[in-house]
Design a protein around this ligand. Structure first.
Ligand code: AMP
Ligand code: MN
Ligand code: MN
Ligand code: MN
Length: 280
């Protein structure tokens, strides 16, 4: 089977491997098509492009994992095959960069109220120029000895449950869908797993999503089958990937393993080609 991985993170967000190294690893694992989907940034994809073109062994699709507001909580939407230079995508990335920054300040304030002192400069240093996220805050907490492990940082302080309603200014899911489609891309619900009820998935389908992530390390066989049936019933694209974050983080062992047949990607390529042609 020709394999694709459409869900990969790099140092441009909370991954530990550089975009260039990701391309080399993907070639080693004999992946034919990949997409780098960093959180709310296109930098990872852009940095990997030259390496992908040089190797000629791999097709790199434009990708991003967009944080969106859904019914008062955060949700993750994957977008693919959009025009990365399109003004609507550039604006989204800029707006979400700002949102991540103000949300980061908000989290730092919440932690300060519990007596944990850390600064945005420390968090930014941990992110090394990439988009900041909770994993970087967790790393600083660990570094400063406030917690004994990365996991503890999430369990005690950073999980959705611990933080309650996180302050953010992310786009509403409907605005994300419109933005990506204007740029000729496809929108896919990331790792639906146990995150959404069927009623909520219906809501997302009605809002115009194009696909749903069927293959993901967090899905057991039963979940996978359930999501697959939902996709078939709603004529949605089926995607998948490892959600690789590099080094010893979650899902490391799934790189090159949790993949999807490239036939699903070809279906997405046909759809996005049509979408772009209709705009002209
Ligand atoms: P953020 O982008 O700031 O919302 O942070 C979310 C990211 O944190 C996810 O994409 C994961 O990489 C990571 N994450 C979320 N929950 C956990 C957890 N319980 N343990 C470790 N990492 C987590
Ligand atoms: Mn992540
Ligand atoms: Mn995600
Ligand atoms: Mn992800």
């Amino acid at each position: 089977m020709a394999k694709a991985d459409l869900h990969i993170h790099t140092t441009a967000s909370d991954g530990r491997m550089s975009p260039e190294k990701i391309i080399q690893c993907a070639v080693k694992h004999k992946l034919e098509i990949i997409s780098i989907t960093d959180h709310d940034t296109l930098k990872g994809y852009e940095e990997a492009r030259a390496t992908a073109e040089e190797t000629e062994k791999i097709t790199l699709l434009p990708g991003i994992e967009i944080t969106a507001e859904f019914d008062g909580r955060e949700c993750h939407l994957l977008a693919y095959c959009f025009d990365p230079a399109h003004h609507t995508m550039r604006q989204l990335v800029l707006d979400h960069y700002r949102s991540r920054l103000s949300r980061g300040h908000w989290i730092i304030e919440q932690l300060a109220q519990e007596g944990l002192e850390l600064s945005m400069d420390e968090v930014k240093a941990e992110a090394r120029g990439g988009n900041i996220g909770r994993p970087h805050i967790a790393a600083v907490l660990l570094d400063k000895g406030y917690v004994g492990s990365f996991k503890e940082a999430f369990i005690r302080y950073l999980s959705d449950e611990q933080l309650g309603t996180i302050y953010n200014e992310y786009y509403d899911y409907r605005k994300v869908i419109k933005t990506v489609k204007k740029a000729g891309g496809a929108v896919v619900v990331a790792h639906p797993g146990r995150l959404y009820s069927d009623k909520e998935l219906e809501l997302l389908a009605q809002a115009g999503i194009d696909g749903i992530e069927v293959m993901h390390p967090s899905h057991n066989y039963q979940t996978q089958k359930h999501i697959e049936a939902f996709a078939d019933n709603h004529n949605l694209l089926k995607t998948g990937g490892s959600d690789f974050h590099g080094s010893n983080k979650k899902y490391k062992k799934f790189f090159g393993v949790v993949t999807i047949n490239t036939k699903h990607v070809h279906r997405m390529l046909r759809l996005t080609k049509q979408r772009k042609e209709m705009k002209v």
